[in-house]
Ligand binder design. Structure first.
Ligand code: BG6
Length: 489
């Protein structure tokens, strides 16, 4: 099967950081179908050779086994081409259409890794230039819009030109092996299903903590904030994967239908719940791994009086028979204490205590997403036989916390197919399972919108020192329910 992958934003940050390395890995693993071209598209004036050199320089910074050797790069580089395109010029789309028509590949992938403000115009021009035949697939990078209205506008423009089956909306979290393992854990095993419900689960915590600050993306991030950058997409997709009903099969629409139902069942925000259950923070200067780091407002590209949130903690519920009354907590932020993404499922205590050791909330399933990918099952066990050292006869035996630990990186090898590699291959093969449908995306925007409006209208995020777990209000919020975040338990 021949394909042309057209990378709009071919010299941009995403192509540089994620897409080219992922394409190279796919090439090296032999999973990129033969007979493909990767066409970088941007406003720069570059020859194919100059583009290849530019991409080669990207790999010079790579260390270890992911660095291509010269022969490998030469073979990979033969797939790379470049075309100068200014997205505001209709004649440039025509030149692209001519270039593609000359080869007439079986599949043409248009990957819009550009500023989202350009999406609508680009898609309209694709149609004008005839770049919307049935063999065309469109990949849209997040953020897809800035709010519900702009998201709908993009989706409407896309719908005029392409069918939903041709549109691949990326949420790279869905491409992570750990997230696919989450689906496998829930739907490939009968073990969890009977207890995966309100009768047995006390609360669920989703944490996506980053240790880095905004790095070089201050100007972009300052217009975006953690709610739009992480919650509307990645965190809600994780919540769907945890909360959804088992789909009837593994096809894209069966999975997406179930995720959509979860989003529709999320408790709508009111002024009262926003006050109580939505905490926003912004990092101040602090110490990260022993090094002093600046506060958010001092980062390059950031407004010194910025009110943009770099931390969000939320409490919500899924209003359906399975989950009614079970709090779901979401927490994400930059410059937190460590890079750590995990989902913690806290089970209810035993109904009747026969041991003196408190068994409150001790059973916990931790789904580690990164930096490790694995499962931990926390339980109590009888630590010693015979006479108890610390216990006494009257109180009965003492139990000790233990955990079953499954490390997928150790089990399957750490160099598994990365998120972008998986997703790019899926686009080329036409598999939509790990992509987000427009109705899911709109529902997610609808749910976060009251928070966006309230926060824009009023008040300031709470400061937290870089290198900590965020503002103390996030701990107070969860403590009101009688619970604590994982690292505080
Ligand atoms: C991106 C956000 O979608 O996800 C970034 O725009 C964030 O701000 C990144 O750093 C996190 O992804 P990962 O894969 O490093 O957890």
């Amino acid at each position: 099967m021949s394909f042309d992958l057209v990378l709009f934003g071919g010299t941009g940050d995403l192509a540089w950081r994620k897409l080219m390395p992922a394409l190279f890995q796919a090439f090296r693993h032999g999973s990129l179908p033969e007979g493909g071209r990767i066409i970088g598209v941007a406003r720069d004036d570059l020859s194919d050779d100059a583009y290849r050199q530019l991409i080669q320089s990207r790999f010079e910074a790579v260390e270890g086994s992911k660095r291509p050797n010269p022969e490998e790069f030469k073979a990979f580089a033969s797939l790379l081409h470049f075309l100068r395109v200014d997205l505001s010029k209709p004649e440039d789309y025509k030149r692209l259409a001519d270039m593609l028509a000359a080869r007439n590949a079986d599949t043409v992938v248009m990957y819009l890794a550009t500023a989202p403000g350009l999406f609508t115009q680009a898609v309209e021009q694709f149609a004008v230039a005839g770049l919307n035949g049935p063999h065309v697939r469109l990949v849209l990078e997040k953020p897809l819009g800035h709010d519900l209205a702009s998201n709908r506008e993009i989706n409407a423009a896309v719908r005029k030109v392409l069918t939903e089956q041709q549109v691949f909306r990326i949420d790279h979290y869905l491409g992570k092996p750990s997230v696919q393992n989450l689906f496998a854990m829930r739907f490939g095993n009968a073990l969890f299903e009977p207890i995966w419900r309100r009768e047995y689960i006390a609360n669920i915590q989703i944490t996506i903590a980053e240790d880095l600050g905004v790095e070089k993306r201050g100007a972009f991030y300052d217009q975006t904030g953690a709610l739009r950058d992480m919650v509307q997409n990645h965190a809600l997709q994780l919540l769907c994967a945890i909360g959804m009903e088992p789909p009837i099969n593994a096809h894209a629409d069966a999975i997406r239908d179930e995720k959509l139902k979860v989003l529709r069942a999320l408790e709508p925000w009111t002024a009262e719940t926003i006050g109580l259950h939505a905490i926003r923070g912004q990092y101040a200067a602090g110490t990260s791994y022993g090094k002093r780091v600046p506060g958010y407002r001092d980062e390059p590209g950031v407004d010194p009086e910025s009110r943009t949130e770099t931390f969000v903690a939320l409490r919500t519920e899924i209003a359906n028979w399975r989950w009614a009354g079970v709090p779901f907590y979401i927490r994400t932020g930059k410059r937190l204490a460590s890079r750590d993404a995990r989902i913690e499922v806290n089970f209810k205590p035993t109904p009747h205590a026969i041991y003196s050791t408190p068994t409150n909330a001790i059973n916990k399933l931790v789904i580690n997403l990164q930096p490790r990918d694995g499962l931990e099952l926390h339980m109590l066990a009888q630590a010693q036989n015979g006479r108890q050292r610390n216990g006494n006869r009257r109180n009965g035996p003492q139990l000790a916390p233990v955990q079953l630990d499954l490390d997928f990186d150790k089990r399957f090898g750490a160099e598994r197919v990365g998120a972008y590699e998986r997703l790019l291959l899926d686009v080329i093969d036409g598999r939509l399972n790990l992509f987000v449908r427009s109705d899911e995306q709109e529902e997610a925007w609808r749910w976060v919108e009251p928070l966006i409006e309230t926060w824009e209208a009023d008040g300031e995020p709470r400061p937290y020192a870089a290198g900590t777990w965020g503002p103390s209000a996030a701990s107070a919020m969860i403590a009101r329910d009688g619970y604590a975040w994982g690292e505080e338990q």
